[in-house]
Structures are given as C-alpha cells and as structure tokens.
Design a protein around this ligand. Structure first.
Ligand SMILES: [Zn+2]
Length: 267
C-alpha cells in the first residue's frame, strides 16, 4: 500500500524526510517541555504552560456551569463551599503554586460529582453536596479535586491524548466561528475527561495530606468513598464513576496515607 502510494505521487521520499524532521522537532519540544512538579515530586512532560492551563480553565468554566444546571442559587451553600476550599488552599502544600482556585456549587440535583478544571476552577454538584453529612467530608471531596489541579492531571491527559494542537488554538485568542467551534469541542472533552487510576490514587492520598494540613479530619475521606460508592451508577452520564475510575483498594490506600502521613506527605 505504501509502495503504491509512493510511486503514484512520486514525491514520497521528500515527504518522508519532512515527516521525520517534524517528528524530531516535536520530540525535541516534548522533552524540552519537561517540568518539575514540586507538589508531586515528579517530572512531567506537558504541552501547556501554567498560564495556558489557567486560561483554558477560565475559558471553560461558563460552559461547565451551563452543563450542570448553572450555579446553585443558595448563597449560604456557595459561601460554605468557598470557605472550605479557601481553608484547603491556605496551606503550605498549595501556597506558592501558580493556580487560581475558585469553588462553586452547581445546581444539579441528579449528577453526583465534583470537577476541577485546569488551573483551578473547582465545582461540586448539589446532588453530591446533599449526600455529604459533615464539613470534613465536603473538604475531602474538594481536597481530592484540588490535587487534580496541583498535580496537573488534566494537562497530562491533554499531552497524552494529543489534544494539544486544538488547545493551543483554543487558548490563543479565538476569533471567528472556527475558533469558537474548536473551543467548544475542547471544552466538551475537558468536561468528560477521565483520569487514570494512578491519578485518582494520587488525588486521594495527597488530598488526605491537604486535609491534615488544613486541620480537617482525614478519616472523612474514607466516608466520602463510601458515599460515592453508595451513589454510584445512579445517574449515568457524568456521575463520579464515569469521570473517576475507582481503583481497587482505594480506602486501603487512604488509610495507609493517614497512618504514615508524617513520612509520605509533602512538608
Ligand atoms: Zn478524581
């Protein structure tokens, strides 16, 4: 097949060389984009700068809000969640990071879920909020989502899912219909983005560290897992289990982190 195409076009050799040059250039830029993440202690290969990540999150937030029933009209609920979020980010682990967090309740009584967009906008649905009984449990959910931002999990997904080209266009000043359509497509992918199991474990365990740092009871994270498990599979669509694959031994890993927080949590 390749041979046939080559002889038909005649210029295949030249294109092959150009292809190799492009591949080499993208490999170089891939390795040049390595960045150290002080929160996770890992080197990451990312195609977005923190500034681009923040811009993308801000740009996606309105569509996210619209998708899940708008912002919840209860001001008391909004400020309670905002206070919990603020306490979690006013910690040694989060201070000094470039992210711009915001915390909002979505007016969706059906979908039991919470989300963090790249760069910091963080959301919890009223359906999930209703299932939680204590402030510590709400803090558990928020801490888990905050770690997705700190660990740059969505930027990692974007880099590995080859969404980068679309994103660069979307994050840059999108003008005209093509820009808007591209942005909408990218945001659609962000909203339904699934993280890997390792990312979920990391969000649970570093989330525990964040809770301890903020003075919350980390055992509430275990209760959160029970609540999510009990609510699982109810609403289909975009509930927690469609966007958060549940790793085995999740509770065991949380218990392990609580028991060894002094040695495993970043100081
Ligand atoms: Zn998660």
């Amino acid at each position: 097949m390749f041979q046939t195409r080559r002889s038909a076009s005649g210029g295949g050799g030249g294109r092959l060389i150009i292809g190799i040059i492009i591949a080499v250039i993208s490999l170089i830029s891939y390795f040049a984009s390595q960045s150290y993440n002080p929160v996770t202690g890992e080197n990451q290969y990312l195609s977005l700068t923190p500034e681009q990540e923040i811009a993308l999150g801000l740009q996606s937030a309105p569509q996210m809000i619209q998708e899940f029933g708008g912002l919840h009209p209860d001001d008391a609920a909004q400020s309670a969640v905002n206070e919990i979020g603020s306490r979690l980010i006013n910690t040694d682990i989060v201070q000094g990071t470039p992210w711009r967090f915001s915390f909002s309740v979505l007016d969706d009584p059906e979908t039991v879920n919470a989300f963090a967009l790249p760069g910091g906008p963080t959301f919890i649905t009223s359906a999930l909020l209703n299932e939680l009984e204590t402030e510590d449990e709400v803090a558990g959910v928020m801490a888990h989502e905050i770690v997705h931002v700190l660990a740059r999990h969505s930027a990692q997904q974007i880099a590995t899912n080859d969404l980068t080209n679309g994103l660069i266009g979307a994050v840059g000043v999108a003008s005209g219909d093509a820009g808007a359509a591209q942005t909408a497509a990218v945001i659609g992918q962000l909203i339904s983005m699934r993280y890997g199991r390792e990312d979920e474990i990391q969000s649970d365990t570093l989330g525990v560290c964040l809770m301890i740092d903020a003075g919350y009871d980390p055992n509430a994270m275990i209760e959160v897992m029970r609540v999510l498990e009990a609510a699982g599979g109810g609403s289909g669509g975009l509930d927690w289990f469609s966007t958060h694959p549940s790793p085995d031994n999740r509770v065991a890993r949380i218990e392990e982190t609580i028991a060894n927080a002094d040695s495993v949590c970043p100081s």
